[in-house]
Design a protein around this ligand. Structure first.
Ligand SMILES: [Zn+2]
Length: 323
């Protein structure tokens, strides 16, 4: 495959081209497809792939090819720098795992090869997460592995001291920046809040996020067996796509729009109504709360947090003045 003449470049392409030389994937235990599907930046997947095929230039790997005088770990200076030591057994790595990854104890993990480390990221220990949140744990683990590699390279090239606090904060910031929140607010005919739902999901474009949120509310409506629903939202592009079946939606939301249309057909009376962002304050506040807490939640009118209750009241008063 000539990736240059075809004008395409992707991580998968690199994998195919490189693996033909390295030839390590034939008997690999790594679920490579799951690696490429991880909800993580492509650059991090490349680091994981290089780790999985044992192509990272750790000192043990260098020792096999060139005559280096000192194979000891650059971070702790105490052991031979093998991939398993550097990423899991090293004192510095263990401290970073513990502080950045929900108290994860790397020393308790059984990992005898670089492939085992990559598999750990692809399928994190069950105790760390619910299945629905597995992508978040995988993402933090991938960020942590990349940060360990960066710390090691900084030590090698710049001789600067390891700063665990800064590295932990960097992982947390990158994790936060990789998420978006979807929110759904259900009101009755009078505009009173009945329920609010929120969930965090991987970062995508604003249009995709708003369309996903609309799909989610239609799914909820179907599940709750609501038969008369007005779906409201503030994405004009999304609602225009739904109201004009002859138009082709933006490529990034085509599948989601199609799913929304199909699902909405089973609801007796449904309509899609675009509203101004200023009329959608409760949904934005719910999403903000989910993003700050990094957790999904459901509240009903009896247990709304005070901040949300206040915004709901303002929205209700605004709604009442319009009716
Ligand atoms: Zn070490």
């Amino acid at each position: 495959m000539d990736i240059i003449s075809e004008g395409h470049f992707s991580v998968k392409s690199v994998s195919r081209v490189s693996s033909s030389h390295i030839n390590t994937q034939v008997s690999s235990t790594v679920a490579w497809k799951k690696l490429w599907n991880l909800k993580a930046p492509e650059t991090i997947k490349m680091v994981l792939w290089r780790l999985g095929v044992n192509a990272l230039p750790t000192r043990v790997n260098l020792l096999k090819r060139v005559d280096i005088h000192d194979p000891t770990c650059l971070l702790c200076q105490g052991c031979i720098e093998s991939p398993c030591h550097l990423f899991l057994r090293c004192l510095i790595a263990k401290a970073l795992w513990f502080s950045a990854c929900w108290g994860f104890r790397a020393k308790d993990v059984r990992a005898d090869s670089p492939e085992d480390i990559v598999n750990l990221v692809i399928k994190p220990p069950d105790a760390l997460c619910r299945v629905a949140d597995q992508w978040k744990v995988s993402l933090v683990m991938a960020l942590t592995l990349e940060e360990i590699w960066m710390m090691r390279n900084t030590e090698l090239h710049l001789k600067s001291k390891v700063d665990l606090r800064a590295s932990t904060q960097l992982i947390q910031r990158r994790f936060r920046d990789s998420m978006t929140a979807l929110a759904v607010v259900a009101t009755d005919r009078g505009g009173f809040i009945c329920n609010v739902w929120a969930k965090v999901s991987p970062l995508r474009s604003l249009l995709q996020a708003k369309t996903e949120a609309l799909l989610w509310v239609v799914q909820i409506a179907k599940q709750e067996r609501w038969n008369q629903v007005a779906f409201e939202g503030d994405s004009q592009v999304c609602f225009n796509s739904l109201s004009n079946s002859a138009a082709t939606p933006d490529w990034s939301i085509q599948t989601t729009i199609s799913n929304i249309r199909s699902l909405a057909e089973v609801i007796h009376h449904s309509s899609f109504v675009w509203i101004k962002r200023s009329c959608n304050a409760t949904a934005h506040e719910v999403a903000r709360l989910a993003l700050n807490s990094r957790f999904s939640f459901v509240f009903n009118k009896g247990n709304l947090p005070p901040a949300l209750a206040a915004v709901c009241k303002e929205d209700y008063l605004r709604y009442s003045s319009l009716v």
